[in-house]
Every structure is written in structure tokens, then in C-alpha cells.
Design a protein around this ligand. Structure first.
Ligand SMILES: Cc1ncc(C[n+]2csc(CCOP(=O)(O)OP(=O)(O)O)c2C)c(N)n1
Length: 198
């Protein structure tokens, strides 16, 4: 049970900054949707509408050395992490100036300079990647933390259980963030998961 005292107390400046970040993501997604319907962006395009608060709230808390792993719904995470908007958009167009050299597209944004490890199209695929990054940091004596965003659809994958087990067993510096939007793409939670209390 959480009480009012447990809730974070944000001032006007912090609240405005959070809202500004959320609106920046939404405006970007709106533009992507427009360009996609004009067939200027090709391939797949998964938007982050309605989930902006998650990236806006968590990503700014990371330090530069920390690492971020996301899913194919990752435009917002990349923007908040500081990947330049032009480099993200160029990636959608498959241009060499894109953050992944134009080879990844919407689902595979990547930026070593920002410790941004995707953009992963495989559901659950980011979890072992994040666990491995955290293990590498541990072995190298780094204090970096890896944050791994994933959808609740990944909970049905074996990789989810393997990754959380190892991360817990070895006490690895990885933070798993489940973005539960109630649907694994078009499949409602109760139709795909025996346990709906994610
Ligand atoms: C290993 C794997 N199995 C199946 C798919 C096909 N697939 C694409 S999205 C999706 C649902 C993912 O749901 P969730 O993780 O909750 O993400 P969201 O609904 O937010 O997109 C599936 C099954 C895939 N990309 N990878």
C-alpha cells in the first residue's frame, strides 16, 4: 500500500519539464505518422503515444555512462536519451546520417555515443542483451546501470524468465521496466498470459 507521503513531490518547474518532454515525443510521433501515411517512411512504424510519461520520467535519471535497451517502440526513449531528433528521423528515411547509419529504421535505433542499445524487434530480445551489458559492467568494475524497457508481451517469452533469474541470482545492476499497455500489439493481456498481475 502506498500513501500520499510515498508519492514524489514535484515542483512546478519539474512538472513543466516532464510535460514538455512528453509533448516533444508526441509531436515527433505525430509527424512520423503523417510521413508514414504519405509512404515517405517505409517498413514498420510503432508509435509511443500514451506511454510518453514512462520514458520522460525514467530516462533523465540516467547518467551518461548508464545504458539503455528498448523495444521497437523506442522513438521516445531515444529522444529523451539525447539522440538528436534529426538523426532519429534520418534513420526512419534510411539515410546514412541516421543514428544507425540508415540500416536499422524505426525499430532499430542505435547510438553508441548515447549508450543506446536499441531498438530491438524481437519481443523479449532486449532482456538478455541488458542482462549481458550489466554483467559486462560488473566484470569491468564499472558502476553503470543498464535500464531495459519491455512490453508485457515479453513476459510470455522464455528470455524474460532467464534474464530476470540471472540478474537476480547475480545481483546485476539492471533495472527492468515493464511498459504494460494491456495489449501485446492486438492481443489483450488475459488472452495471452495466465498471470495478468504483471
Ligand atoms: C520473438 C517474437 N515473437 C513474436 C513477434 C511478433 N510480435 C511483434 S509485436 C508482438 C507483441 C508484443 O507485445 P508487447 O511486448 O506487449 O509490446 P506492445 O504491445 O507495446 O507493442 C509480437 C508477438 C516478435 N516480434 N518477436
Amino acid at each position: 500500500m502506498s500513501s500520499a507521503a510515498d508519492k514524489p513531490h514535484l515542483g512546478r518547474i519539474e512538472i513543466r519539464a516532464l510535460l514538455k518532454t512528453m509533448i516533444r515525443i508526441r509531436r515527433f510521433e505525430d509527424k512520423c505518422a503523417e510521413l508514414y501515411s504519405q509512404q515517405k517512411i517505409r517498413g514498420f512504424l510503432h508509435l509511443y503515444d500514451g506511454q510518453e510519461a514512462i520514458a520522460a520520467g525514467i530516462v533523465p535519471l540516467l547518467k551518461a555512462k548508464d545504458r539503455l535497451v528498448a523495444t521497437y517502440r523506442e522513438h521516445g526513449h531515444a529522444l529523451v536519451r539525447g539522440v538528436p531528433m534529426g538523426a532519429v528521423l534520418a534513420e526512419m528515411f534510411g539515410k546514412a546520417e541516421g543514428c544507425a547509419g540508415g540500416r536499422g529504421g524505426s525499430m532499430h535505433l542505435f547510438s553508441k555515443a548515447h549508450n543506446f542499445y536499441g531498438g530491438n524487434a524481437i519481443v523479449g530480445g532486449g532482456l538478455p542483451l541488458a542482462t549481458g551489458l550489466a554483467l559486462a559492467d560488473r566484470m569491468q568494475g564499472s558502476e553503470a546501470v543498464t535500464v531495459c524497457f519491455f512490453g508485457e508481451g515479453a513476459v510470455a517469452e522464455g528470455e524474460f524468465h532467464e534474464s530476470l533469474n540471472l540478474a537476480s541470482l547475480w545481483q546485476l545492476p539492471v533495472l527492468f521496466v515493464c511498459e504494460n499497455n494491456g495489449y501485446a500489439m492486438g492481443t489483450a493481456l488475459a488472452r495471452s498470459e495466465a498471470e495478468t498481475d504483471i
